[in-house]
Design a protein around this ligand. Structure first.
Ligand SMILES: O=C(O)c1ccccc1NCC(=O)[C@H](O)[C@H](O)COP(=O)(O)O
Length: 261
């Protein structure tokens, strides 16, 4: 069984249990649920850095990345650095994240927040909104076309942006539909965990111009950004490169400054 299959099996159990503990009515009644959302797609269209900076403690490919910095400090640092948005991993078992992380980030910054999660159920969209997310991630590798349609259309009704993530051509062809805002190409091969920017380069020409293109994973230098921009990428999702340092906000600041030079 591959890592995504394992994560999805655990996620199904987790979501089914959570529905009993916190009913939808309670999520919808929260004050934060009514908050107006901010579009990450628009922020990326109008930016010349395009950085989406991620809060990431650990991952299946790296057992320890950062256990030290608080999510609030990281969020404030990323916003001051000029990031277009922040990605907050909310999976506990594999990434050491939580919905509390999302809430703490929301309480600390105004920039668009992406709930980085393995979304398989409409309930998780309501949770995302009730914890301050502006954007949700849908991963083509774990969803059918019908599920992508249902989830993305609900997200749009909730005024959430949708970032759809693909790893290959087949996932891309299966997923394209008008209810998506951004198309993310993940450079990490989830079987080997190897990263290659060639994945973004190869798939870029197959992504229609109506979608904001985002390159995800394995970006560790400003040269990589300069290499990807001619392929039409407006967004760059970076986690480990910032989080592995003592001061992720400062690291993002230096990175963004050097892109703009
Ligand atoms: O990061 C992993 O090891 C991983 C494994 C299995 C599924 C997803 C995984 N990562 C999620 C992400 O998409 C990345 O955290 C994100 O793109 C940032 O990547 P990086 O800059 O390489 O930390």
């Amino acid at each position: 069984m591959n890592i995504l299959d394992k994560i999805v099996l655990d996620k199904r159990k987790e979501v089914d249990l959570k529905k009993f503990i916190i009913p939808v009515s309670q999520l919808e009644a929260s004050v934060i649920f009514q908050r107006p959302t901010v579009s990450l797609a628009n922020a990326l269209r109008n930016s010349n850095s395009g950085i989406i900076a991620e809060h990431k403690r650990r991952s299946p490919s790296k057992s320890v990345i950062n256990q030290k910095n608080s999510v609030a400090d990281v969020a404030v640092g990323y916003e001051k650095a000029g990031a277009c948005g922040m990605s907050v991993l909310t999976d506990g078992k594999y990434f050491g994240g939580s919905l509390d992380d999302l809430l703490l980030a929301r309480a600390s910054v105004q920039m668009p927040l992406l709930r980085k999660e393995f979304i398989i159920d409409e309930y998780q969209l309501l949770e995302a909104k009730a914890h301050g997310a502006d954007v949700i991630l849908l991963i083509a590798a774990i969803l059918t076309r019908a599920e992508i349609k249902t989830l993305s259309e609900l997200a749009k009704q909730l005024h959430l942006d949708v970032l759809l993530e693909v790893h290959d051509e087949e996932e891309l062809h299966k997923s394209i539909m008008p209810s998506l805002d951004m198309l993310g190409v993940n450079n990490r091969n989830l079987k080997t965990f190897e990263v290659s920017l060639d994945t973004s380069k190869t798939l870029s020409k197959l992504i229609p111009d109506d979608f904001v293109k985002v390159s995800e994973s394995g970006i560790s230098s400003t040269e990589a950004i300069q290499e990807l921009k001619p392929y039409g990428y407006k967004g760059f999702l970076i986690g480990e490169n910032f989080m592995k340092t003592d001061n992720p906000g400062l690291s993002a600041l230096q990175f963004i400054k050097s892109i703009k030079q």
